[in-house]
Ligand binder design. Structure first.
Ligand code: GRG
Length: 593
């Protein structure tokens, strides 16, 4: 079986342990065999150590699972069954086309949990019975689409699909059945002979949905007794011998062949003659699971290490700059630390450090510029969260500053952080040259004013009546791009760079700033609030014009790809010296928080 082969191949190639999230398929024998070879089964990725190899189960996983793996830089391969992947694609397309999705399946089954996790909450209603369908509070003119759990009962699904067509006028469905060929074939074959049997044995695991469906199929087809047995060892000998002259045997799609053979051998030993009924041949072959994601983490280990080094050093610098409370207002200092420390990716800081390194600047100078940027960035987030602006309660996974303290404190802590940023830049420790320091101060002031953050935020809050694409792009380029451009420009000021280098870096920064914000818009639409540490879906509710609302999610994705290419093109001239900037670019485009 494809998913099992993936775990075995990973074990052979990389050695134990290989972590597997959830039962790879629903069969205890399979799980035990793999455990004996060195696989470790976990419920959640939190149980997996950093940098480990993880295979995701054949039932498919919610997007958020991969997102969390990405945050942890885990090496992940997804052993999702291609037929479940087909359902995921269908569901995503229907969501994009604005249809409400009716997912026929069993609530709580991992396949259903994974499918629900492909689109935002509320986009799908799960139905298992006609009563569930009746109970839905949807007007009959709602445009709906249906999808089916791949291991659902063929007969029950047909009944539900007919009922959906009766209830709704505008119904879309998959071009070919979602139910897996192995499930369909087994149900069809069993229905054809079950009525001839005194007893049907379904060999499979109690957790296997398609195994349980086979028991129902046997009963519905007229067999008085149908039971699920895990293996030969659990066959109830006496009950079988007493009750059955003719026994039907079938097995779930996830049951290993040896379990079936063992049961047949045992029955033969008890005097039964085994006769095989020819069913529909199965010629389907899938490509093996792509294991490329296991070769290396998405980002090199050094990238992670460098970011955490920068994060620590910047934190220390900010802490030092905020200084002691003596003779000062404790609450103001507490609020400044609350806003500026202990959170955030420090993307802009890593950018300053990488550019400064590229032009031969000193690391400690770059950390000072980075600390100044993080103070301004924190200020902008604090003010952005205020009720008069974006009105957010959560930021970086904790209460927004005005909720933790109060609005006045939030405004004043923001003001003080802004002042502190300039104090840091102007300080002698930032660069020995007064000219460089003055230029840094000037450039930051320009990045924050009318053509920068303040101007961009104003455009965001008070957009023109019918904003054009240019308006939206300009708003994003100012609101977010300006500080990212300053991070690159500031880093470049710390070393020796030619006019041509600065022009190239400027081009790089413009594209990077825009792509960073586009990704932010995409995360607002499809991100995971728990990973982001802030609310999602706000743009849709407020009707804010963003690149995603303008171009659609896929259009924004394409735009992001183009901008990423433009960043890499700009870095071409710097050759291998720009590898950190390339990593940061890839991070900006693929980031999940
Ligand atoms: C600074 C003078 C001055 C005014 C500020 C409130 C305001 C005016 C501007 C708002 C700007 C704003 C909040 C833009 C959004 C930028 C953005 C994409 C933030 C998220 O950045 P990340 O992902 O956050 O780097 P972390 O938490 O990782 O640092």
């Amino acid at each position: 079986m494809r998913a099992i082969d993936a775990v075995e191949t990973a074990l052979t190639k990389f050695g134990a342990p290989v972590y597997v999230r959830r039962a790879i398929v629903h069969n205890a024998h399979v799980v035990r065999d793999l455990e004996a070879k060195g696989a470790i089964f976990v419920q959640e990725l939190d149980e997996v150590p950093d940098g480990a190899i993880v295979i995701l189960s054949a039932h498919g996983s919610a997007r958020a699972v991969k997102t969390r793996g990405q945050v942890r830089n885990l090496r992940i391969a997804d052993a999702i069954c291609p037929l479940v992947a087909k359902v995921h694609h269908e569901v995503e397309n229907w969501y994009n086309s604005g249809r409400h999705i009716l997912l026929i399946g069993h609530i709580g089954h991992p396949e259903i949990v994974g499918t629900l996790g492909q689109v935002p909450q509320g986009a799908i209603s799960v139905i298992s019975t006609c009563d569930d369908l009746e109970a839905l509070e949807l007007p009959s003119n709602t445009a709906v689409a249906y999808a089916v759990q791949t291991t659902f009962s063929v007969r029950d699904a047909a009944g539900l699909i007919a009922a959906i067509h009766t209830r709704f006028a505008d119904v879309a469905g998959p071009r070919s059945s979602d139910i897996c060929y192995a499930t369909t074939n087994r149900q069809e074959a069993l229905a054809s002979f079950a009525s001839e049997c005194d007893l049907v044995l379904v060999i499979g695991d109690p957790t296997s949905s398609n195994a349980r469906r086979l028991v129902e199929v046997a009963r519905d087809a007229g067999c008085a007794q149908a039971m699920l047995v895990q293996d030969a060892a659990t066959l109830p000998e006496e009950a079988i011998l007493r009750a059955a002259n003719t026994i039907g045997i079938t097995a779930a799609a996830s049951t290993p062949d040896h379990a079936v053979k063992d049961v047949c051998d045992r029955l033969e030993a008890w005097g039964y003659a085994i006769e095989t009924r020819a069913g529909r041949g199965e010629q389907v072959r899938f490509r093996p699971v792509a294991l490329a994601g296991l070769d290396a983490a998405q980002f090199p280990v050094e990238f992670d290490q460098r970011i955490s080094q920068v994060r620590n050093d910047v934190e220390q610098e900010i802490n030092r700059a905020i200084g002691r409370d003596e003779g000062r207002n404790h609450q103001l200092a507490d609020a400044m630390r609350y806003a500026a420390m202990g959170g955030g990716k420090r993307f802009r800081s890593s950018l300053v450090v990488a550019v400064s390194e590229l032009v031969g600047g000193a690391y400690q100078h770059a950390i000072r510029v980075a600390a100044a940027i993080e103070c301004v960035h924190a200020q902008s987030l604090v003010h952005d969260d205020l009720p008069c602006m974006d009105d957010d309660d959560l930021r970086r996974g904790k209460l927004a500053l005005h909720r933790k303290f109060d609005e006045a404190t939030a405004i004043l802590a923001g003001d003080a952080l802004l002042a502190l940023a300039f104090e840091i830049l102007a300080g002698k420790d930032t660069h020995p040259s007064a000219d460089v320091r003055a230029n840094l101060v000037l450039a930051l002031a320009q990045a924050l004013g009318q053509d920068g953050l303040a101007g961009g935020q104003m455009m965001d809050l008070y957009p023109p009546q019918n904003p054009t694409k240019e308006d939206v792009f300009q708003c994003e380029a100012r609101k977010t791009g300006a500080l990212i451009r300053f991070a690159v420009e500031g880093g470049a000021m710390l070393g020796n760079s030619s006019g041509a280098d600065r022009a190239t870096l400027k081009r790089f920064a413009e594209n990077l700033g825009l792509v960073f914000q586009i990704r932010d818009d995409m995360l607002d639409e499809r991100g995971d609030a728990a990973v982001l540490g802030k609310a999602v879906g706000k743009d849709a509710v407020s009707g804010r014009r963003s690149v995603t609302s303008l171009l659609g999610f896929q259009g924004a994705q394409e735009q992001a790809r183009k901008l990423e290419n433009a960043c890499h093109d700009a870095l071409e001239d710097f050759g291998s010296k720009a590898s950190s900037l390339r990593d940061l670019t890839r991070f900006a485009v693929s980031r999940v928080h």
